[in-house]
Design a protein around this ligand. Structure first.
Ligand code: IPM
Ligand code: MN
Length: 344
C-alpha cells in the first residue's frame, strides 16, 4: 500500500477554510490503499504575534521530510507588510528551491470571463521562483532623509534561467500546440533581458518541434486581454510572472479559481501547492471563500506525486461543477459538490 505524507499550512484568513475543503477532496479521490498522513503546521499571523516566529528552523527541518506541502494563504493586516511574505512564504520557496512556479490560466466552460466573445484560454505560465527581484538583494541608504535611496536588485543567473527555460520547453513540447512564449523587457532591462533571450534561443535548439515567440511584458498584458488564445506555455521571471498570473486569473474567472504549484522537479525537497489568492481577511471566517483554487492546487499536487488519474478526476469534477454553478454557495457547499463528484 502506498502512503503520502502531507504537510498542511492553512495560514491566515480564508486559508483555513479553503484548505479544509481541499483536503476533503484529496482524501475522497485517493484509492483506499493510499494512506494519507497529514501534519498541520501553525504558521502565519497568529504564531507571529504569539512567538515572534515566522518559520523556525525546526519547522523547516520537519517540512523537509514531507512528500508535499499544501498551503492556504499567508498575510494579515495586523502584521507589517513583508514580514510573513518574506519570512514565511518566500522563505519556503527559497529554502526548498521551488524554481518552477507553475500557474495554469484556463477558462473553464461555463465560467464568465470579463473578456468579450468567450475566448479559448488554456495556457500555463512557468514563472521562475527563486531569483529576480525576489531574492531580497537591495538596501536603503540615508533612511528617512530627503536623500534616501532604495535599491532592489534583480538577480538572474545562467543556471537559474536555463533550468526554468528548459522546463518550460519540455512542458511546451508535451502539449498539443507546442508553443512557448518568453516574456521579459529586454528593450530596457538589457542585462537580464539579453541573458534570458540568449538562453531561450540556445535551449530552443534542443526543441525544434516547439514554436517560439518573444513579447515584452507590457505588450503581453495587452495580448492577455485582447488575444489570450495566442498563448500556450509562457516562461518569465519571478516578478513578471507574479503580475501576469494575477492578470491570467482575472481573465479566467477570478482568483477564486487560480491554482499554483511551487515545484522542485528533482524531488530533493517537497514541492508546495497553494491557491494564487491571498488570505482575504475581509471575508475570512464567513464561509464565503471559493475553495476551487485550492482544490485545483490539490490536483496539481496529485499530478506531481504521480497520481495522474486522481488529478484528472479532480480537475474533471471542478470542470463539471463550474458548468452547473448557479447562485452563491458557501465554501463547504462547493466542497460537498466536489467530494460527491470525485467519489462517484
Ligand atoms: C503570489 C503572491 C506572493 C508573490 C507574495 C505574497 C509574496 O503574490 O504567490 O503570487 O509575490 O509571489
Ligand atoms: Mn502574486
Amino acid at each position: 500500500s502506498r502512503s503520502l505524507r502531507l504537510a498542511v499550512i492553512p495560514g491566515d484568513g480564508i486559508g483555513q477554510e479553503v484548505v479544509a475543503q481541499g483536503l476533503r477532496v484529496l482524501t475522497a479521490v485517493l484509492p483506499a490503499d493510499v494512506k494519507v498522513e497529514t501534519t498541520e503546521y501553525d504558521l502565519g499571523a497568529r504564531r507571529y504575534h504569539a512567538t515572534g516566529e515566522t518559520l523556525p528552523d525546526s519547522v523547516l527541518a520537519e517540512l523537509k521530510t514531507q512528500d508535499a506541502i499544501l498551503l492556504g494563504a499567508i498575510g494579515d493586516p495586523s502584521v507589517p507588510s513583508g514580514v510573513l511574505e518574506r519570512g514565511l512564504l518566500l522563505k519556503l520557496r527559497f529554502a526548498f528551491d521551488h524554481h518552477i512556479n507553475l500557474r495554469p490560466g484556463k477558462l473553464f466552460p461555463g465560467v464568465a470571463s470579463p473578456l468579450a466573445g468567450d475566448p479559448v484560454i488554456d495556457f500555463v505560465v512557468v514563472r521562475e521562483g527563486t531569483e529576480g527581484p525576489y531574492v531580497g538583494n537591495g538596501g536603503s541608504l540615508r533612511t528617512g532623509t530627503e536623500h534616501e535611496v532604495a535599491t532592489e536588485v534583480s538577480l538572474n543567473t545562467a543556471f537559474g534561467i536555463e533550468r526554468v527555460v528548459r522546463d518550460a520547453y519540455r512542458r511546451a513540447a508535451a502539449r498539443p500546440r507546442r508553443k512557448l512564449t518568453l516574456v521579459h523587457k529586454n528593450n530596457v532591462l538589457v542585462h537580464a533581458g539579453h541573458l534570458w533571450t540568449r538562453i531561450f534561443e540556445q535551449v530552443g535548439r534542443e526543441f525544434p518541434e516547439v514554436t517560439t515567440d518573444y513579447l515584452h511584458v507590457d505588450a503581453a498584458t495587452i495580448f492577455f486581454v485582447t488575444q489570450p488564445e495566442r498563448f500556450d506555455v509562457i516562461v518569465t521571471d519571478n516578478l513578471f510572472g507574479d503580475i501576469l498570473t494575477d492578470l491570467a486569473a482575472a481573465v479566467t474567472g477570478g482568483i477564486g479559481l487560480a491554482a499554483s504549484g511551487n515545484i522542485n522537479p528533482s524531488g530533493a525537497f517537497p514541492s508546495m501547492f497553494e491557491p494564487v489568492h491571498g488570505s482575504a481577511p475581509d471575508i475570512a471566517g464567513q464561509g464565503k471563500a471559493d475553495p476551487t483554487a485550492t482544490v485545483l492546487s490539490v490536483a496539481m499536487l496529485l499530478e506531481h506525486l504521480g497520481f495522474a488519474d486522481e488529478a484528472a478526476k479532480v480537475e474533471a469534477a471542478v470542470a463539471a461543477d463550474l458548468t452547473e454553478r448557479a447562485g452563491a454557495r458557501s465554501t463547504s457547499q462547493v466542497g460537498d459538490a466536489l467530494v460527491a463528484r470525485v467519489s462517484g
